[in-house]
Every structure is written in C-alpha cells, then in structure tokens.
Design a protein around this ligand. Structure first.
Ligand SMILES: C[S@@+](CC[C@H](N)C(=O)[O-])C[C@H]1O[C@@H](n2cnc3c(N)ncnc32)[C@H](O)[C@@H]1O
Length: 290
C-alpha cells in the first residue's frame, strides 16, 4: 500500500515550467483550465476514520457491558451487534495497520525516539552494559527498542502483528515481586480503552509493574488533555501523583502529548471522579476515573 505521503498532488510539467522560469512554450491544448475534480478520499483520512470508529465502538461496547439495567439477553445481543460492526471495519487488524501508518505522520517525534532521548537525558541509561534496562512496551505494534543494546524490551499487545511482540492483555499481565520493570511505556493505549474507570485501572496497574524509582512514559492524543471537558494536563498529573508517579517532563507535538514520570512518591488513596473542568460546547468527552 502506498505511503500516506504519496497522496500529495504531483506537480504538473506546466507548473514546474512556470516555477523554474523556463522559456519553453506550453502547448496550446495544455493551457486549457482543467475541471476541478472532487478531492480524493486519501488513505490518511480513511485511516483516521477507522481509528475513530473503533474508539467509538469500543466505548459503546464497554458501556453496554457495564450497563446493569440491561437483561443478559439484551446485553449479549447488543455486544454481538457491536462486535459485528467492529469486524465490518476490519477489526483490530485494520485499526493496528491504520495506527502504524498514522505513526509515520506524527513527524520526527515517535514515542520510541522520545523515550530513548529522555532515558539518556535523565541518565537512566546504564553507564555500562553490565545490566540492561528492562522496559515494558504495552500495546506495541512492533518491538521498536530491540536495536538498543542497553535495553531489554518486552513488547506486549492484545493482537500482536509480529513475533517480536508477545500476546498479552496488560490488565492480566502480572510480574513477580522484585521483577518489576525499570521503565514502562503506554503509548496511545489508555485512549484505546473505552471505559473511563478501566482507564483508571490501567494507570493503577502501572504501579504494580513499575519498580520503585522506575519510569513511566504515557503518550496520549493531544486533545485528550488539551481540550477535554473532564481532563487537563494538571489533573492527569495529579492522578498519577496520587499513584506515586511524579512528573519529570512533558512535550506536546502537533498531535500528541508525551509525558514522563518517576515512581518516587507514596501511593495515596485519592479518588478522581468524572467532573467538568472545562465548560462550553467545543470540548471532547475524554475522561479517566480513578
Ligand atoms: C493505537 S495502537 C498504539 C500502538 C503503539 N503503541 C503506538 O504508539 O503507535 C494501540 C494498541 O494498544 C493495544 N492494546 C489496547 N489495550 C491493550 C491491553 N489491555 N493490553 C495490551 N495491549 C493493548 C491494541 O491492541 C493496539 O495495538
């Protein structure tokens, strides 16, 4: 399949002649103004539509599953209907392929580049290769960290696309005491989960798999923090702070928010219910409940 960049309009000979100031005459028949064609539906737009449709369907699926007012029969029928709709748009395979192509459009700041840069900047990278840093990449389309000799990366996903990724559900992923990871990465995974409470559970589970003083990296679509009715960057950091993760740094690209935390604080039992923090009609409804 063509890369998204290949959809850009190709410069015509006439246009390039004009720009280069060439004196060559343009044939008369080519001077005629072409009729404006409707804009083609680009691959990028199709990919974004698959991604957002799956997010919406996932959200509905989670809402139906936790709806106690429905009878078991109605619930099952609705779940089957939503799962059929997910299959119709190509299921998780199509979503992952679209996400992979989408990652190419995020510019130079890919998650793995940013994570590596921060691990070096904060001197987390081991000075010698005696002990490799153990990193868990949750929701991984590939193992992007294995080319770094100082990293020992375990990449997991619900639906691995390569044998470099292990099939595992993060919610069920257990690590023995003393075997917690030095670094944990959740890139565009929290927003995949449809239920705000389960998003909170996902953050809580990060405490169990990250060792003390270890690092947590979270990447979210920018609007989840910058334009949500229920969440701000500060509120998100307060949630993580209550779980014992202190913010070390963050970076916003055109589309994504990158955040790095360190597990140095004590866990406090603070709850964060769903509350409006930005008023007005133009905000999205992304939320996390802790
Ligand atoms: C949008 S993709 C993100 C891929 C990659 N991390 C990135 O930043 O481009 C989200 C991925 O998270 C995976 N995922 C969602 N929930 C998960 C869970 N509970 N355990 C493991 N993987 C999960 C999905 O299967 C999907 O491949």
């Amino acid at each position: 399949m063509a890369a998204p960049g290949n959809n850009f309009p190709v410069q015509t000979t006439e246009a390039s002649h004009r720009q280069s100031g060439s004196s060559k005459a343009v044939p008369k028949d080519r001077k005629k103004k072409k009729k404006q064609k409707p804009k083609p539906v680009t691959e990028v737009r199709v990919d974004r539509s698959v991604i957002s449709k799956l997010h919406v369907l996932n959200k509905e699926l989670d809402a139906v599953r936790r709806d106690q007012s429905l009878s078991e029969k109605t619930k099952q029928a609705r779940v089957n209907q939503l799962e059929t709709e997910i299959q119709k748009i190509g299921g998780l395979d199509a979503y992952q392929a679209a996400s992979k192509r989408g990652a190419c459009c995020h510019g130079n700041t890919t998650t793995s580049n940013w994570v590596i840069k921060q691990l070096k900047k904060f001197k987390v990278k081991p000075a010698t290769e005696e002990r490799r840093l153990r990193l868990l990449d949750v929701g991984a389309l590939d193992n992007h960290y294995q080319r770094h000799g100082w990293l020992d990366c375990t990449a997991i996903d619900l639906n691995p696309q390569t044998d470099r990724v292990i099939k595992a559900d993060f919610f069920q992923y257990k690590v023995e005491e003393g075997c917690e990871y030095d670094a944990v990465v959740l890139s565009l995974v929290i927003n995949f989960v449809g239920d705000p409470k389960k998003r909170g559970d996902m953050l809580r589970h990060c405490c169990r798999v990250t060792k003390e003083n270890g690092h947590l990296f979270v990447v979210l679509p920018l609007p989840c923090l910058s334009n949500s009715r229920y969440l701000t960057p500060k509120l998100f950091c307060d949630m993580l702070d209550s779980l014992g993760f202190q913010k070390l740094c963050c970076h916003d690209s055109k589309r994504l928010s990158f955040l790095m935390f360190q597990r140095i604080g004590k866990r406090r039992s603070k709850s964060f219910p769903k509350q409006v923090v930005r008023k007005g009609p133009s905000h999205n409804n992304f939320s996390i409940v802790l």
